[in-house]
Design a protein around this ligand. Sequence first.
Ligand SMILES: [Zn+2]
Length: 1097
Amino acid sequence: MTISGRRSPLAMAGTPMREEDGLRPVELVTDRLETPSLDDRKYRVIRLPNQLEVLLVHDPETDKASAAMDVNVGSFSDEDDMPGMAHAVEHLLFMGTKKYPAENEYQKYLSAHSGSSNAYTGSTNTNYYFEVSAKPSNDEEPSATNPSALLGALDRFAQFFVEPLFLASTLDRELLAVDSENKKNLQSDQWRMHQLEKSLSNPKHPFCHFSTGNLETLKTLPEARGINVRDKFIEFYEKNYSANRMKLCVLGREPLDVLESWVSEYFSDVKNKDLKPNRWADEVPLPKDLLGIQCFAKPVMDSRELNLIFPFLDEEFLYESQPSRYISHLIGHEGPGSIMAYVKSMGWANGLSAGAYPVSPGTPGLFDCQIRLTEEGLQNYKEIIKVFFQYVALLRETEPQEWIFEEQKGMADVDFKFKQKTPASRFTSKISSQMHKPLPREWLLTLGSKLRKFDAKLIKEGIACLRPDNFRVTIVSRDMPGSWDKKEKWYGTEHSYETIPDDFMEEIRRAAACPAKDRVAKLHLPHKNQFIPTKLEVEKKDVKEPAVAPRIVRNDELCRTWYKKDDTFWVPKANLIVSCKSPIIYASAENSVKARLFTDLVRDALEEYSYDADLAGLQYSVALDSRGLFIEVSGYNDKLPVLLEQVLITMRDLEVRDDRFNIIKERLSRGYRNWELQQPWQQIGDYSAWLTAEHDHVVEELAAELPDIAADAVRQFRKELLSQMHMEIHVHGNLYKEDALKLTDMIESTLKPRKLPRTQWPIQRSLIFPPGSNYIWKKTLKDPGNVNHCIDYWLYVGDKADRHLRAKTLLLDQIVHEPCFDHLRTKEQLGYIVYSSCRASATTYGFRFIIQSEKTAPYLETRIEAFLVSMATAIREMSDEEFEKHKRSLIVKRLEKPKHLDQETSRHWSQIQSEYYDFESAQRDAAHIRPLTKSDMVGFFNQYIHPASPSRAKLAVYFVAQAKSDVSTKQITELVKTLNLNSDDASAQAATDLQARLSAADHDVKKEVEGLKDYLLHVLKVPEGKIDAAIEAWKKIHEQQNGLANGIVKDADPPSSNGTKPFFIEDVRTFKAGLVVSAGARPVKDLSEYEDLDPKL
Ligand SMILES: [Zn+2]
């Protein structure tokens, strides 16, 4: 695999001035941008008098308007003794502005207009973006006099860069949000390994920074040094935020002139301090003395990896030739002759990727190659490194090949020419971050993806960086060497490192200087790529109204083929999906695992062959879906049949080799183990799905079957599986009906299955939760180092096909979404992952909350219920105007058009796969939302959602963490109870603050007591008499609880305010046996209405 690094910077100067309203001269930089061939947007790059550069985009079709601001400052600018400053400023910037002082004003406004927002902090940039409904509330085209919600959003957004308040009252909470964001990442190997690489680099280059920050670096330690941290953040903002360092992108339906006048009005007030662009040219991340090192690192997950990293060229100004693209194309190749093909044939590797990435302006980039190892590969890592250097020797002595460059350039041109739109905020966010690069403004939209100049000399210079004296290596594994003597400072990653031993270095040097005759004979450059598409014609027609549903062009007991000729996007691409229904796959956990092994082996066998197709924009997948086997081929339609045929033949003729089977089985077994080490919130949904489905298997059940499955069993199973099935096919894109039928014939004649009689097609069903259900299922998490608990709190609503109930649940989600985040995350700071959403099973519908937190699940449940009680009042007291706004906002979201072909295909497919075939579901939902009244919603809420409702039905999944955070939630809760605060809000606030302060005291009773006194007296303003009582209570709690792990402490029973008693599920089978099963999924209308079986075209 080849990873292309982010490309690089400069601005064009000297263009005519224009007088906008006589007062504000706006400079037109250019309006001639290179665009994809089907792009119907209009673009204009301008510069305001304060030197803020802006890309304006008029998109006549977009549902969403958006803006993104990218500020050229990030964690590289953090002060050394306060890591995470840039990130903290990113969080705090949202907390009120002079013009709009309420802290959630911006979010509230966006939420009421179908919008949302986000931000991130990079090493040299901070990016803020939002999106919002693109049409005014009267649904007419927006204009200067009839503006869309974009106008109000721009006004609010601009104030963050004009006059933010950094509200003191929000400071501690936002720093806690940063802290829990960091805690969320602590067990992630991706974060851990990246930081290890950074921490082991030159301390004089900011590459070594810890970018996220935590409570200690941002509050406790600086405060202990007498620093007022809020002042520090404001100082950082003042020092680094300046209009000339910002790039803005605004996209809307309004004409460019209107957008320009708005931007000029709101953003001209952003102060220009004429700051210099950030550059780091004095030091490099990996100087000589940090090279020639081998590092061993222990991951959390059971994974094995070999990473080679080389200081590389500075490609900032090389955007026309980009030499690293040629080099990573060859090093990362997986076809015949490649490093990957060879190490895989030896049974050493499961994957390989290579690429160069920039570090920062002024600093040379880094080139890295990552190889995912098998057990054998780990033993042979030295051999792999030698093979790598032999291949580099081959590259060094072969003149750079212009035909290879031309192949790459050709594909990059085709990809840009037929590039489809991305969602509005993804587009603005991405492009604003790229505007700092020195790309000529005319080429901005290519994001530097195009290659323009073959430069053999630069390619040779790049290859010359890949030398034995210019690299270091990291070996990631839980077994080698078995003990590690160092711990990384921020994530605690265990590791050790040493100079590469002389004898090994000598072998590497020999490999790198190896003449052709001594090299591994199988290494050679790739052949010409046969998959490069040559037929790229699209017959574009005028279409009044695009068809909503595909048609059925064949329907019998063997195949049902759905087909839609693309009538919207006009790209030379297509998607083909085959779902093979079979009753045997999910008949048992054992069969599921055999089926999974079969699909893994098919993909393994196709790897070398399909790599060229992948490079040429043609992908495939063979996997399992809810009904059986799932095959997909997608991309440029020209060579699509060629790839499809090879995939089918491989499935049919697969020879299950013992050596490959063992490697794949070991990989799957690790995959299962690692699955349970993921973040709790990523796992929890699978368990709720399992507990609400009639038939389903969770990972423990699958993992238990795996050890007993041998290669022979899979050989046998493959025959059974492919011998009888019903295939449902969907063909969508730049293909004709005749093509769809021919492809169906090819699938049939290649696989040759017997038909599966209709009576044997599996039926999908879910469990029904009767009124008053109150179930809890509990599981202790596997990762011993994880401190986060998790809850999935799910309320059953009813039948998925009941459109009235669906409409109300969707509207509930719309109304609850923003307050849920505001209450449970922003105010109560329960954790970084907090969200609510609708959740559908195969045939039922419900509403859920997921929270991942250091606080225990029963406590989280009390907070969710308190929040729901407050929502009952909020809905009852909501003004009619606000209620209508919510409805409108939801309808706009529901009716959003697909942005590209794949999105439309997956919408069709989700209807086909679910077997409801409800292709008009969005329009129907909208029609059912429109007439809803407030009293409908109050009634719905009181029956299905309100914690006091005796008829509501609940299932909660509790995940219990093994490790504990510093101070337990239970301790804090007890302490807060002794304070007798008079409101829930105040209690939640106190709990949050105390958790932070007491954690920081690090179990030193004296420090704890001092901090506590100070807080109660000065912040909470508690009367002195009460304070002594609280201190006494705390001392007692401290003694009692010390040493007890938070997760293991026995919690009080969860709340129950509707009179039902919570039932802890001990035996899942008994629990399921006690519930009634739903009717199966059925088509919303007779499928014959979709039939178009006439063989004529
Ligand atoms: Zn953050």
